[in-house]
Design a protein around this ligand. Structure first.
Ligand code: SAH
Ligand code: SF4
Length: 376
């Protein structure tokens, strides 16, 4: 993105109001501008004919609306579309559009790489490069929405849901995330309801609390293990924020959440976390919270293998059995359908084919010699 011009994608509406004020413009001008950018996908100030010519000229010399450079676009047989965006210095991030009968979901990245380093995640194995800016996060939605409207030849909204489940840990990029979320929710922006925007986190407890105050969207928590020993191993952040703290934070979040449940994501790893005793431990664990109410749902994700993970996907019988045990205990459990298989667009495979240029990757490679936990 340009260093000399101010990229307006970096602003939520209050930010744009402040920027316009700095140019001596009234707040309603910012609203007009915001609508041009996000609702109409404008890139050129000259098109904004309801703005005074003098303002358009001023903006053209000081500001820009600059999206991300697209490296590749792949379309799956099932309609899933994956974009790989260049974010500079050899880093790339991905966004994935998943069409379904009743909705269109965009999976958005928040960081180039990720510092959490989960064992089963290809992004985690790449290590951390850098946080995305607000502009780089919202540019994924801005581009995808307006591209898809042209592609599908419609003026109607195409993306109805956003999940922050691409590359990166969104709650470790909090300052950039929140204005991006607010732009998604803003009626002058994308107008998505809070329940249609989901932040997925590996469990950054203090930021969950802040999110509940600043922008309480739907919450998904990547659990993946029913006890601290196993979770320490699979999701290293657990050593900092163990299960009891995490589940208490989920409970607290529910007071502000737009849905009355938290979704737990659980990646099914063959022989590691997919045995009946793990299901029983999960049932016992979640029953200790939520004051006796049904307060969480489970989404089982069949592991998407990638080279060097040293892990295997659970068999479908094991996944079904696990889902059945949770459902029988009254915990609503679904199994995630894998989409975009043929273009590597599934969870945890994102940017797996990008040449890895981060030093952190070397550190990760050393840690990769961990012994894989097997259920006893
Ligand atoms: N960092 C956030 C959001 C991005 S990951 C988080 O961890 O929640 C989105 C989801 O994909 C998470 O639940 C993550 O655990 C899961 N995931 C990561 N790698 C995966 C893989 N190889 N197979 C299946 N799911 C995976
Ligand atoms: Fe990061 Fe999420 Fe991958 Fe863990 S699963 S390494 S938190 S992106």
């Amino acid at each position: 993105m340009s260093t000399t011009l101010t990229n307006l994608l970096n602003f939520d509406l209050p930010g744009l109001v402040a920027y316009c004020q700095s140019l001596g413009e009234k707040p309603f001008r910012a609203t007009q501008l915001f609508r041009w950018i996000h609702q109409r996908g404008a890139t050129d100030f000259a098109q904004m004919t309801d703005l005074a010519k003098s303002l358009r000229e001023k903006l053209a010399t000081q500001a820009c609306i600059e999206g991300l450079k697209i490296l590749t676009q792949q379309e799956s047989r099932d309609g899933t579309i994956k974009w790989l965006f260049d974010v500079g210095d050899g880093n790339a991030v991905e966004a994935v559009f998943i069409p379904e009968d009743d909705r269109g979901t965009l999976c958005v990245s928040s960081q180039a790489g990720c510092a959490v380093g989960c064992r089963f995640c290809s992004t985690g194995h790449q290590g951390f490069s850098r946080n995305l800016t607000t502009g780089e996060i919202i540019a994924q939605l801005w581009f995808a929405e307006h591209f898809l409207r042209r592609h599908l030849n419609t003026s109607e909204r195409v993306i109805t849901n956003v999940v922050m489940m691409g590359m990166g840990e969104p709650l470790q990029n909090y300052a950039a995330l929140v204005p991006a979320l607010r732009t998604m929710l803003d009626d002058h922006g994308y107008g998505l309801s809070r329940r249609r925007v989901t932040v997925s986190t590996s469990g950054v407890v203090p930021m969950m609390q802040r999110l509940s105050q600043d922008c309480p969207v739907a919450l998904a928590v990547s659990l993946h293990a029913p006890n601290d020993g196993l979770r320490d191993h699979l999701v290293p952040l657990n050593r900092k924020y163990p299960l009891d703290e995490l589940l208490q934070a989920c409970e607290a979040y529910l007071e502000f959440a737009p849905r009355d449940f938290v979704t737990f994501e659980y990646c099914m790893l063959d022989g590691v976390n997919d045995q009946p005793e793990h299901a029983q431990q999960l049932i016992d664990l979640v029953r200790r919270y939520g004051k006796g109410k049904a307060w969480c749902k489970f989404n089982l994700i069949p592991f998407n293998p990638f080279p060097q993970s040293g892990l295997l996907r659970s068999g479908s019988a094991a996944v079904q059995r696990f889902a059945q045990l949770l459902n029988d205990a009254g915990i609503v459990t679904t199994v995630r359908k894998t989409r975009g298989d043929d273009i590597d667009a599934a969870c945890g495979q994102l940017a797996g084919d990008v040449k890895d240029r981060t030093r952190a990757a070397e550190r990760m490679a050393k840690q990769r010699t961990i012994s894989v936990y097997r259920a006893r």
